[in-house]
Write a protein that binds this ligand. Structure first.
Ligand code: SAH
Ligand code: SF4
Length: 374
């Protein structure tokens, strides 16, 4: 007869409400939830025996029935420009990538978080899309990326010193197609007993899943970024196939509804990947400016990051600057998102992760991503 170990409840991805319910269900007081959350998210602790403000009996009970199980780090590297990347292994052996990008002399440290392994939306210029959809990440696997990056700097109670100051859901996957896990993970990012980030510092980027934008607006008013990339439906249908379902007008209307639900003045971020000879001409800048006239927004230009067999080319620096200048003349200041971390394949659209396999591909992958320590 074989005996299997009892399944333990992973507390890592639980929101405050869920953790309170958990403690009540085991006959404990609600406030245990905030105590344990601080241990997990502020201290980076995964060992109940170290939680000294809990009774010994409770610590022992938690050790038997629960766990704090983060994703396993299989690679950690720092780029020449200070960008850090972690490759973590999640439950089924798939890998996802998380990138921490320093800016403003290190004052801003933005973590780019993945929401899915692969992506089903198949945008023509995105390497994650080319890899296809594998599966949704759980809330624990999503917040686990923030947990891994944060605890790499050791325990930290002082919010102003936290290693992660901003989070963007711009890694692998379409966050609005994994709504039920993304929402609890974002609630933990915002919670004072979690990562204590303000809603302006947590950004969800979507290629335009319109019904879920409406749902998001009913629940959380985090910052919203829209991957637009084209200002007419014909071109956007080609670049972002989801546009055939929710066209540009429908998408921009959803953005307006979202802004109305926010209780402060807010701008939508419009992401525009500039692709050589595809959407980088003056007529495209004019169409874009015309299209966005009614929407309170800012435009971010992302030079296309090439990857093998993409079929697209990177625009020259000069061309991106010309595009920026045309927009400027039309009334828009559009920063160019600098390519960061591309020496460790950590730039936008280069995050591909890997799918579980039982061959030596795993080892080859680890070798292929090793970078020079200096
Ligand atoms: N699925 C979401 C979030 C992840 S993609 C979305 O599409 O918004 C994050 C950003 O990187 C998006 O704006 C996406 O369009 C952009 N991106 C994808 N591939 C890219 C590439 N090869 N070069 C530059 N930007 C890219
Ligand atoms: Fe998916 Fe975003 Fe890539 Fe499109 S750009 S395939 S939505 S990850």
């Amino acid at each position: 007869m074989t005996t299997t170990a009892p399944l333990r409840t992973n507390l890592l991805g639980m929101t405050r409400e869920e953790l309170e319910a958990f403690f009540v269900s085991i006959g404990e007081k609600k406030f245990r939830a905030t105590q344990v959350m601080k241990w997990i998210h502020h201290e980076g602790c995964d060992d109940f025996s170290a939680m000294t403000n809990l009774s010994k009996a409770l610590r022992a009970r938690l050790a038997e029935t629960a766990e704090i199980r983060g994703p396993k780090v299989i690679y950690e590297g720092t780029s020449n420009d200070g960008t850090r990347k972690w490759v973590v292994e999640v439950e089924d052996g798939s890998y996802v990538e998380t990138v921490l990008i320093p800016a403003d002399n290190g004052k801003r440290r933005t973590l780019c978080v993945s929401s899915q392994v692969g992506c089903s939306l198949d945008c023509s210029f995105c390497s994650t899309g080319k890899q296809g959809f594998q599966r949704n990440l759980t809330a624990a696997e999503i917040i686990g990326q923030v947990w891994v990056a944060s605890r790499s700097a050791g325990p930290c109670r002082d919010t102003s010193q936290r290693p992660v100051t901003n989070v963007v859901m711009m890694g692998m996957g379409e966050p609005l197609l994994n709504y039920d896990s993304v929402i609890p993970a974002m609630k933990l990012m915002l919670d004072d007993c979690g990562y204590g980030l303000s809603k302006r510092r947590v950004t969800l980027s979507t290629s335009g899943v319109v019904p879920m934008i409406d749902r998001l607006g009913d629940e959380l008013d985090v910052s919203l970024a829209i991957s637009l990339h084209a200002a007419n439906d014909e071109l956007r249908n080609e670049l972002v196939p989801l546009n055939r379902k929710y066209d540009i007008r429908t998408l921009l209307d959803a953005c307006q509804r979202y802004l109305k639900k926010c209780d402060d003045t807010r701008l939508i971020t419009i992401e525009y990947t500039v692709i050589k000879g595809v959407n980088d001409q003056q007529e495209h800048a004019q169409q874009l400016a015309e299209l966005l006239r009614e929407l309170p927004c800012k435009i971010n230009l992302i030079p296309f990051n090439p990857f093998p067999h993409s079929g697209y080319e990177k625009p020259s620096r000069n061309q991106v600057m010309r595009f920026q200048q045309w927009l400027y003349e039309l009334g828009y200041t559009a920063p160019i998102r600098s390519t960061r971390g591309d020496d460790i394949d950590a730039a936008c659209g280069q995050l591909v992760g890997r799918v579980k396999d039982r061959t030596r591909r795993h080892e080859r992958y680890i070798q292929s991503i090793q970078i020079d320590a200096d």
